[in-house]
Design a protein around this ligand. Structure first.
Ligand code: ADP
Ligand code: TRP
Length: 326
């Protein structure tokens, strides 16, 4: 096994990322690149469980790639690629599915939620956790940074890797660990969890004017300007704290002192966001305008990812007894 450990995360190309995705997923996952050999892939086959419009799939891949790159992903030091560029993932997922009881998939949260809503889930939604396990195991991943919502998928992945090692021999697959952030969920403009489906998102790379307008629309208390205010329950303060603890400490002090209105606090939040996102916005726009360049970067990443994938699949094939004469 290699000395440098590997981290990997998958990003579904289903929306243009918002501030919640950035603070909750992108920024912490990029931190890991300092310590691990890091792979980031765009989970286009996973998106196919819901996306039906080819143009949406095609363009979302570029939106997501440009977002990660503008957020600081270094394509030289890390590996960024499309899931669909490495077909070995299907070989491994089939192999894994033969080690899993169907009951384990029937207990899957996403599948159960779809049934509970009265949907008729497609088989992709049922099978999703197997493909996700293959995504992870194919690259000998040690740590997977994900949100709490993905915990069950990680447990299934660990289970199946352990079973493979038990059945086919220790060392067949690396058993990964989940790296679940403990940061609280990022609230949206209405105070509820920021989510694309709620329409309460703060856009990451919208023009400054639009960003300011969204920030000014955040719900606040109705205290007068003079009144001292408790920062803790306020969405404006909570957002500021997740972007910059220093700026938030200053905001809290002013709110508690009084003579500082919610309008002032929102202006301060806007400036804090602009300081974090403004410089990245230009990079994003330049990258997003050049799909050919993004394709080339993703292809270079896939080239490197395939080398690892072939090595793992070779090892798995030997372990399961599926060898062919050269
Ligand atoms: P959405 O909830 O908008 O549909 P996704 O489910 O596509 O977003 O989430 C992509 C990643 O961003 C996941 O790792 C998820 O945990 C993280 N994420 C999404 N919304 C938030 C939020 N409000 N706060 C923190 N992290 C979030
Ligand atoms: N299921 C993850 C999500 O919904 C995306 C994903 C797919 C993923 N494959 C993965 C995340 C492998 C981490 C590792 O956000």
């Amino acid at each position: 096994m290699r000395a440098v450990k590997t981290s990997l995360t998958g990003i579904k190309p289903t929306n243009t990322p918002h501030l919640g995705n950035y603070l909750g997923a992108i920024r912490p996952a990029l931190e890991l690149a300092k310590q691990y050999r890091s792979l980031y892939f765009i989970a286009d086959y996973h998106a196919l469980t819901t996306v039906r419009d080819p143009e949406v799939l095609r363009t979302s891949v570029y939106d997501v790639a440009a977002t990660w790159l503008a957020s600081g992903l270094d394509p030289e030091k890390t590996i960024l690629f499309r899931q669909s560029a490495v077909p070995e993932v299907f070989e491994l997922s089939w192999t894994l599915s033969c080690l899993l009881a169907t009951g384990q998939l029937e207990r899957g949260h996403s599948y159960k939620d779809a049934l509970a809503k009265g949907d008729v889930p497609n088989a992709g939604i049922f099978y999703y956790p197997v493909l996700m396990a293959a995504d992870i195991l194919l690259y000998d991943t040690h740590v997977v940074p994900v949100g709490k919502d993905q915990k069950q998928h990680l447990e299934l992945c660990r289970d199946v890797a352990q079973r493979a090692n038990h059945v086919f021999g220790e060392g067949t697959l690396v058993v990964p660990e989940a790296h679940i952030g403990d940061a609280p969920l990022v609230p949206g403009t209405d105070g509820e969890k920021m989510s694309k489906s709620r329409g309460n998102g703060i856009p990451l790379f919208a023009p400054a004017k639009k960003l300011r307008k969204v920030v000014m629309g955040i719900k606040t208390g109705s205290e007068t300007l003079e009144e001292p205010k408790d920062p803790e329950p306020s969405t404006v303060y909570q957002l500021c704290r997740q972007v910059s603890p220093e700026a938030a400490a200053e905001m809290a002090e002013k709110l508690r002192a009084g003579n500082y209105g919610w309008g002032h606090a929102k202006q301060a939040l806007y400036e804090t966001l602009e300081a974090e996102l403004g410089p990245k916005r230009e990079t994003y726009q330049a990258l997003r305008a050049d799909e050919a360049k993004l394709d080339a970067l993703l292809e270079e990443g896939a080239e490197r990812a395939r080398v690892i994938a072939r090595e793992t699949m070779g090892r798995v094939r030997r372990a399961i007894g599926m060898t062919r004469p050269a």
